[in-house]
Design a protein around this ligand. Structure first.
Ligand code: COI
Length: 357
């Protein structure tokens, strides 16, 4: 199938739900647009995809995804810019990461051009759902899961690739309080930490719940072997500023998700002449810097949260308050730059923006 010639068939919803949406009060990920994209994999090939009314998916009780977890997803956003265009931000990175996640989970890749075409055409059909309210966007959730009706363990022969869209506001309502986790593990070397596999998120819930009971929002994950190096925070990549240098755990270990937002933050920092270090980041280095006042900024980077400021780090029995948000010039400048690119206020010199309609 060639994406260039793929105009997916659209079965329109009989009635739009858009009138019922309270645009000033959008809980993250609970409201969905009128349509979804569905494409099946069978007989060794992707079949013709289509856009259909949003609704439940039929499921056989032996469907292999729910037994053995062959299930991956992506997170992307569409924005409405100042010219009233609906745009995507670096969708090719998501298409590529989705194919990499599929390979790791022994699933067939969705060709990257078809992935992008499907996202574009679905967003175009539901373009009325993309608001230009500052801080709001259309969150796009592509996902794929195994559909064989078989309780034996083997890679499924059939899959479903689906895309749903949800208008959203901020993911975190306030600056985030995180706790450095020294017992539970998100990912080990050789595992699936680099993949956006559904099970990674399921496995994080119990340790995160324990931290929430202590008043934190999320965990800072550390390496599985020694728990002395920082990896990610919650569902985001984590970034620090010490001595005016942006520091973030390197992606060399296959335990860390290759974040689109993180990559973009690094590229913007380079443009702005901000020194960047991608390297191993020891817990001890961060705690020492927090205590001696050289830790200037800490934030999470992810599609859902974009740049989420971290207000407090918990480490063992200590709670370390981090610098005031107004003083965080590096992350605030980078966030403003990204917002301006997405809103079309700055020229898109790097071709990060893909116009949908
Ligand atoms: C994203 O940033 O898109 C994520 O993956 C977070 C999600 C689990 C809400």
């Amino acid at each position: 199938m060639s994406a260039a010639s793929t105009a997916f068939h659209v079965h329109r919803a009989a009635q739009s739900k858009i009138e019922s949406v309270d645009w000033n009060n959008l809980p993250f990920g609970k409201i969905f647009t009128d349509h979804m994209f569905v494409m099946e994999y069978a007989n060794g090939a992707w079949q013709q995809g289509e856009i259909i009314p949003f609704g439940p998916i039929d499921m056989h009780p032996a469907m292999s995804a729910i037994h053995y977890g062959q299930s991956i997803f992506e997170g992307m956003k569409a924005y409405r810019n100042e010219k009233n265009d609906v745009v995507l931000f670096r969708p090719e990175l998501n298409a590529h990461r989705f194919a990499e996640s599929a390979a790791r989970m022994c699933m067939p890749a969705v060709p990257e051009d078809i992935f992008i075409e499907a996202v574009k055409q679905l967003v175009a059909v539901d373009q009325a759902w993309v608001t230009n309210n500052p801080g709001y966007a259309l969150y796009i959730r592509p996902f794929m899961f195994a559909t064989d009706e078989f309780v034996g363990i083997k890679p499924s022969d059939t899959y479903k690739f689906v895309i749903i869209n949800s208008p959203v506001g901020a993911y975190y309502a306030e600056p985030v309080r995180v706790k450095i986790e020294e017992h539970y593990t998100r990912a080990a070397i050789g595992g699936v930490g680099r993949a956006k596999a559904a099970g990674n998120y399921g496995a994080s819930l119990y340790p995160a719940k324990l931290a929430q009971q202590e008043g934190y929002h999320q965990l800072v994950w550390t390496d599985a072997k020694t728990h002395s190096f920082i990896e990610e925070s919650g569902t985001m990549n984590i970034m620090f500023v010490i001595n005016d240098t942006l520091i973030t755990p390197s992606e060399d270990a296959d335990t860390i998700l290759r974040g689109t937002t993180k990559r973009t933050v690094i590229e913007v920092a380079h443009k702005m002449g901000i020194p960047v270090e991608e390297r191993a980041v020891a817990v001890e280095e961060i705690i020492t810097a927090a205590k001696n006042g050289t830790l200037q900024e800490v934030f999470g980077a992810g599609t859902a949260a974009t740049i989420a400021q971290i207000a407090l780090i918990g480490y063992r029995d200590e709670k370390l308050e981090l610098p005031a948000l107004e003083s965080r010039t590096i992350s605030n400048r980078i966030k403003q730059y990204l917002d301006d690119i997405k809103a079309g206020k700055l020229p898109d010199t790097d071709n990060w923006i893909l116009k949908v309609c």
